[in-house]
Design a protein around this ligand. Structure first.
Ligand SMILES: Cc1cc2nc3c(=O)[nH]c(=O)nc-3n(C[C@H](O)[C@H](O)[C@H](O)COP(=O)(O)OP(=O)(O)OC[C@H]3O[C@@H](n4cnc5c(N)ncnc54)[C@H](O)[C@@H]3O)c2cc1C
Length: 386
C-alpha cells in the first residue's frame, strides 16, 4: 500500500527541481511528489555554465561574462567567447525561485524528511521517507551513491573552497571571469584559482584541486590566501560568504535505471562531465528529454551518452590522475592552441571527429597517445588479465 502519485522525485536539488519544472513545461499531467531532506536555507553552491541562447532560468542569472581569463604556462590570455556567454546562477536564487514557482503548482506536493529506501516490486516503484512509503508510476532519484572502487575506472575529486571577497580597492576585471589560473604553486595535485567577479571590488574567488583525496580544512583557506594575496595582489579584503564543494570526477558507470521504473537523475544519473565536473547544463538537457519523452511516448527515454566523448574523458582523467603531463600543461595547450569556442564545444560534447582530433592533438600527441593507451589498458586489459 502507501500513498500514490504519478511521479516521485527524490532530492530537490538542481536535478530534482529542474525535472519538476520541465515536467510542467512539457505539459506532463499527473500528481508529483518531491521529497527532500530539509528546506534549503543556505546559498550552498553557485552554478556556472556557458550557452549561446537564453536558458530556462535566464531571469535568475546573477552575472554573465563574454570574456574568460586563462593563466597558464607563463602567460595570461583574455579570451572572447562570443557567441557564448559564461553565466552564473546562485543556489539561493534558484531555490527561492523554485519555491515560489512550486507554490503555484497544485499538482505538486513537497515533503521534507530523510529518504531511507527506494525500491520496486510487483506493485511498482516506491520510496520510503520518515517511515512512510510512497508509491508512484515512476520514481526519479538524485540521491548520489559513489560507485564502488574498481581498478578499471578513474576516480578523482574536484574539491574547492570559495570566498566572496570585497577588496579595499578595485582589483578585478568585471567583464571577464577567470576560468583557470595556474599561477599558484603546483605542489602535487592539479590546483588552480577561479574568479567570478561581481564588480571591480567584489568577486567569488575559489581555490580548486583535482585529486583523489580531500585536504585538511585549513589547507583550503591557506590556498585561498596564497592565491588572493600572492597571485592577485589583494592584501586587504573582507570575506563576505564562504562556499565549499566536492564534485566527483569519474568514468565509472553509474546505474541510470537500476530497476524498470526507477530512474537516476543529476549527478547520480551520470550528468557530471567526468573530466571537468560541469553538470548544470547536462541536468537541464536530461530533465528536458525525460519530460519530452514522457509526454510523447508515455515513458522516459534517456539519451545514450557519446562513447567517443566518454573515452576522451577517460583519457583526460588518466592524464591528470597519473601525472603524465601537468594539468597546467594540458589545459594551457587546450586554450592556447584552439579557439576558446572550440574548447567549449568540445567540453559540451558537441564537436565532431575532426575537431576532437584537433583538440586532442593540441595537448601533445605523444603524451596523449600514452594516456590513451593507459586508459584503454586499464579499462579492458586489467579486466582481461588483471
Ligand atoms: C559547491 C558546488 C558548486 C558547483 N558548481 C557548479 C558549476 O559552477 N557548474 C556546474 O555545471 N556544476 C557545478 N556543480 C556540480 C553540480 O551542478 C551540482 O552538484 C548540482 O547541484 C548537482 O545536482 P543534483 O540534483 O544531482 O544534486 P544536488 O543538487 O546535490 O541535489 C541532491 C538533493 O538530494 C537531497 N538528498 C540527498 N540525500 C537525501 C536523502 N537521503 N533524503 C532526502 N534528500 C536527500 C540533497 O539535500 C539535495 O538537495 C557544483 C557542485 C557543488 C557542490
Amino acid at each position: 500500500m502507501g500513498e500514490r502519485y504519478d511521479f516521485i522525485v527524490a532530492g530537490a536539488g538542481a536535478a530534482g527541481l529542474s525535472l519538476v519544472y520541465h515536467l510542467a513545461q512539457a505539459g506532463v499531467e499527473g500528481r508529483v511528489l518531491l521529497l527532500e531532506r530539509a528546506p534549503k536555507t543556505e546559498n550552498d553552491r553557485t552554478w556556472c555554465f556557458w550557452e549561446v541562447e537564453a536558458g530556462p532560468f535566464e531571469p535568475l542569472v546573477f552575472r554573465r561574462w563574454e570574456h574568460l581569463w586563462f593563466f597558464g604556462e607563463d602567460q595570461g590570455q583574455r579570451l572572447s567567447i562570443a557567441p557564448y556567454t559564461y553565466k552564473m546562477i546562485r543556489g539561493r536564487d534558484f531555490y527561492a525561485h523554485m519555491e515560489r514557482w512550486m507554490s503555484t503548482q497544485p499538482q505538486l506536493t513537497l515533503r521534507y524528511g530523510e529518504v531511507t529506501r527506494i525500491g520496486e516490486d510487483e506493485e511498482g516503484p516506491w520510496v520510503e521517507q520518515g517511515g512512510r512509503v510512497y508509491r508512484g508510476q515512476w520514481v526519479f532519484s538524485s540521491l548520489y551513491q559513489p560507485p564502488p572502487p574498481s581498478p578499471r575506472y578513474h576516480r578523482l575529486l574536484q574539491h574547492f573552497k570559495g570566498w566572496v571577497v570585497r577588496a579595499s580597492r578595485p582589483v578585478f576585471d568585471p567583464q571577464a571571469a577567470t576560468l583557470m589560473d595556474f599561477r599558484l604553486p603546483q605542489r602535487g595535485p592539479v590546483c588552480f584559482g577561479y574568479v567570478l567577479p561581481f564588480d571591480a571590488q567584489t568577486a567569488l574567488v575559489e581555490y580548486t584541486l583535482f585529486s583523489q583525496r580531500l585536504l585538511p580544512p585549513e589547507a583550503y583557506d591557506q590556498g585561498l590566501k596564497e592565491y588572493l594575496e600572492g597571485v592577485l595582489g589583494v592584501e586587504r579584503y573582507e570575506v563576505l560568504e564562504r562556499e565549499f564543494g566536492v564534485i566527483p570526477m569519474t568514468d565509472a558507470p553509474l546505474p541510470q535505471q537500476p530497476s524498470p521504473r526507477v530512474v537516476h537523475i543529476g549527478t547520480a544519473g551520470g550528468c557530471t562531465k567526468a573530466s571537468t565536473g560541469y553538470t548544470f547544463q547536462r541536468i537541464q538537457a536530461q530533465a528536458r528529454r525525460i519530460a519530452q519523452t514522457l509526454q510523447e511516448r508515455g515513458r522516459p527515454v534517456l539519451e545514450p551518452g557519446s562513447i567517443r566523448h566518454a573515452l576522451m574523458d577517460s583519457v583526460l582523467l588518466h592524464l591528470l590522475e597519473r601525472g603524465y603531463s601537468s594539468g597546467e600543461r594540458v589545459f594551457s595547450r587546450l586554450f592556447r592552441k584552439n579557439p576558446p569556442q572550440r574548447v567549449l564545444r568540445f567540453l559540451d560534447e558537441a564537436t565532431g571527429w575532426l575537431e576532437d582530433l584537433q583538440v586532442m592533438a593540441s595537448v601533445d600527441v605523444p603524451v596523449f597517445a600514452r594516456a590513451a593507451l593507459g586508459a584503454l589498458w586499464r579499462r579492458w586489459g586489467v579486466g582481461l588479465w588483471g
